[in-house]
Write a protein that binds this ligand. Structure first.
Ligand SMILES: [Mn+2]
Length: 292
C-alpha cells in the first residue's frame, strides 16, 4: 500500500469536561516533542494548526463543543481529501463528535463507518440522562444519533454510526441509563472482566472484524483513561483496574497498515495531572504502534 502522510490535529478544547485542563494536552505533546522520532522519518507525521473554539467562546458548553466539533470535522475532511491519515489528539472526548462526523461526511452517505471506542467509560449519556451534564460523557450516544440536535447534527444530520458497526473496549465505570441505551441498540461492549479472561489481543482482533465487516472503513478512538492509572495518571477521570500499555500496543499493532483504518483519535490527556510524563510517553507508544 501507499503510505499515507499522517496529519496530527490537536484539539485545544476542554469545554466538554469538568476540568478543562486537557485543552492544553495536545500542545504539551507537540511543544515538548514527544512524537519527534515519528516526525523525523520520511513522510512522517506532521502537525497541522490546532483546532480551537471561535472567539468569543459561547457560554453554553454545548454551543462551544458544537463549534469545535464543526471545525474539527472540516479539518479531518480536508486531510482525508488530500490523502492524509488524520491523527487527532484531544482535548476532551467530546471532540469525537467532530472527528467521526467529519470522517463519515468524507465517506459519503451510503458508506458505513465502523468505530472501536477504547475507554474506561461508555460516554453514552444524553443531556436527559447525564448527572454532570459534561459533554465528554455523551459523544458516543451523539454519534449514534441520540442527544441534543446541536451535537447529533454536526457535519450533517442523522446518525454517523450504526450500532452494529461499533464496539467498546475496556469499560469498567458507567451509569445504568447509558448502559441501557447501548444494550437497547445492541452495541457490543467488551468489559474489563471479559478482557482479563480472554486477553486484549484476542478481543481486539474480534473487534476489528466487527467494525470492518459491513463498513467502508473504521476508526479507533482512544480515551487515555482506559489505561490503568499506574500507567496513565494524566487524565481527568482515572478508574482503577485498567489496561496495561504493553498490552495496548500489542493489540493496536494488529491494525497497523490496515487500509480500512481511516483515522485515529487519542484524547483526555491532562498534562497537569501527569507524573514524569508517563502518560505523554504512552501517547507516543500508542501512536508508534498504529501509525501507517
Ligand atoms: Mn471517554
Amino acid at each position: 500500500m501507499v503510505a499515507r502522510r499522517v496529519a496530527v490535529i490537536g484539539v485545544a478544547s476542554g469545554y466538554g469536561a469538568g476540568d478543562p485542563a486537557c485543552q492544553d494536552g495536545s500542545e504539551v505533546v507537540r511543544a515538548l516533542r514527544f512524537l519527534s522520532d515519528l516526525e523525523a522519518v520520511d513522510d512522517g507525521l506532521h502537525w497541522d494548526e490546532p483546532v480551537r473554539a471561535a472567539q468569543p467562546v459561547p457560554a453554553d458548553p454545548i454551543e462551544a463543543v458544537q463549534g469545535v466539533a464543526a471545525r474539527l470535522a472540516d479539518s479531518v475532511g480536508r486531510h482525508l481529501a488530500q490523502g492524509d491519515f488524520p491523527l487527532v489528539i484531544g482535548g476532551d472526548h467530546s471532540c469525537a463528535i467532530g472527528t467521526w462526523s467529519g470522517v463519515k461526511r468524507a465517506l459519503g452517505a451510503p458508506a458505513r463507518l465502523g468505530l472501536i471506542w477504547i475507554d474506561a467509560h461508555m460516554d453514552s449519556h444524553t443531556v436527559a440522562t447525564s448527572q454532570t451534564r459534561h459533554i465528554h460523557g455523551m459523544p458516543l450516544a451523539s454519534l449514534l444519533g441520540h442527544g441534543d440536535p446541536r451535537l447529533t447534527g454536526v457535519a450533517g444530520d442523522g446518525p454517523k454510526l450504526l450500532p452494529e458497526d461499533v464496539c467498546l473496549i475496556g469499560v469498567r465505570s458507567f451509569e445504568s441509563d447509558e448502559a441501557a441505551l447501548l444494550r437497547q441498540l445492541g452495541v457490543r461492549v467488551y468489559f474489563m472482566h471479559e478482557i482479563r479472561r480472554r486477553g486484549l489481543s484476542e478481543v481486539f482482533a474480534e473487534a476489528l472484524h466487527l467494525v470492518s465487516e459491513h463498513t467502508r472503513g473504521y476508526g479507533i478512538s482512544i480515551d487515555l483513561d482506559v489505561l490503568d492509572p499506574a500507567e496513565g495518571p494524566g487524565v481527568g477521570t482515572p478508574v482503577p483496574g485498567g489496561l496495561l500499555r504493553a498490552d495496548m500496543t500489542d493489540a493496536l499493532a494488529l491494525a497497523h497498515g490496515d487500509e480500512k483504518l481511516l483515522a485515529v483519535e487519542i484524547v483526555e490527556y491532562n498534562p497537569y495531572l501527569d507524573e514524569h510524563f508517563v502518560t505523554a510517553r504512552a501517547i507516543h507508544d500508542l501512536c508508534q504502534s498504529l501509525i501507517p
